[in-house]
Design a binder for this molecule. Sequence first.
Ligand code: LMR
Length: 315
Amino acid sequence: MIVPMVTWAAPVKIKFSHVVAENTPKGQAAVKFKELIEQRLPGKVVVEVYPNAQLFGDNKVLEAMLLGDVQMAAPALSKFQKYTKQLQIFDLPFLFDDLEATERFQNGPAGQGLLGSLSKKGLVGLGYLHNGMKQLSASDPIITPTDARGKKFRIMTSDVLQEQFDAVDAVPLKKPFAEVFTLLQTKAIDGQENTYSNMYSQKFFEVQEHITETNHGLLDYLVVTSAEFWMGLPEEMREEIHTALNEAIAHGNQLAFEFDARDRQAILDSGKSKIHTLTPQQREQWVESMRPVWKKFEKEIGADLIDAAVKSNQK
Ligand code: LMR
C-alpha cells in the first residue's frame, strides 16, 4: 500500500466550551477570539466555539480538558475549588466594591500570581474575564437577610457561596447553570444569584418576579487551558494565540460594563421583574450577616491575599 506523503500539517484545533449565551461578555469574547485567530493564523489554528453548555457543563469541562477533549474554557472563578482553594477569594461576599476594584486586584501582583494557582493540577490560567456583580433574584421580595430565611437558592459549586447563604439561614443548592431556568420555572427553588447579563440572557427574569440589587459578590471567569496542550504548541504560535486571547478578553471586559447596564434596563423594560434597590441601612444588614464568612476561609485563601483584595477598593 502506498502511504501518501503529508506535506502540510493539520491545523491545531481549539475547542472553546462555555455555558452562557452568545449575547454575553463571555460569549462575545469567545467569538472575538475565533475571529482574531482566523485572521492571524489562517490555516494554522482553527477555533470552534461551543456556547450554552452544548459540549460540556462547567462540572465536566475541566476533567474533559485534562483528557484533551476540549482545549479552552472560561468557567466562573467559583468553579475551581476542586483544583485550588485560593481562587475562593473571588467568592467572598462584599469583598469587592465594584468591577473596577476587581480589575485593580486582578491586574496587580496578587491577582496575576493567582493565574498560576492551577499549575499543579495541569491547568494554565490565561487571563481573567469579567461578567459583573451578582444580584439576588427570587419569587418573593428579598429586602433584608431575614427575608431569605428558609428559601432555596441555587448556587454554583462553591463552598464559600454555600456558607454565604447558610449565614442568612437560607438553603443553598449546588446546581449546574443549564438547569437553573427550569428549577426556577417549576418553583423547585425560590431564587438564585447572578449578574444582570445572565438573568437576562437565560430569561430568569421571566420566572422571577423580584430582583434585589445587592451587588454582594462577583461573577468573573478564568480562561483556562491544559498545560499539556499549551506547552505542546510551538512557542511562536503560543504567543500569537495568547495575544489574540488578551485582545478578545479586553473586548469582553469592555462589553461586561455595557451589558450589565443594557440588560438591567431590558429587564426593567420587560415589566416582568421588579428591581429593588437597598437603602444603606438595609445593605449594611446583608454585609453584617455575610461578612463572617471571610473568617472561615481565611486559612485556605491566605490573609495576605484577602488584604490585597480589600486594598483594591481604594482608587
Ligand atoms: C453560573 O453558573 O451561574 C455562571 O457560572 C454561568 C456563567 O458562566 O456565567
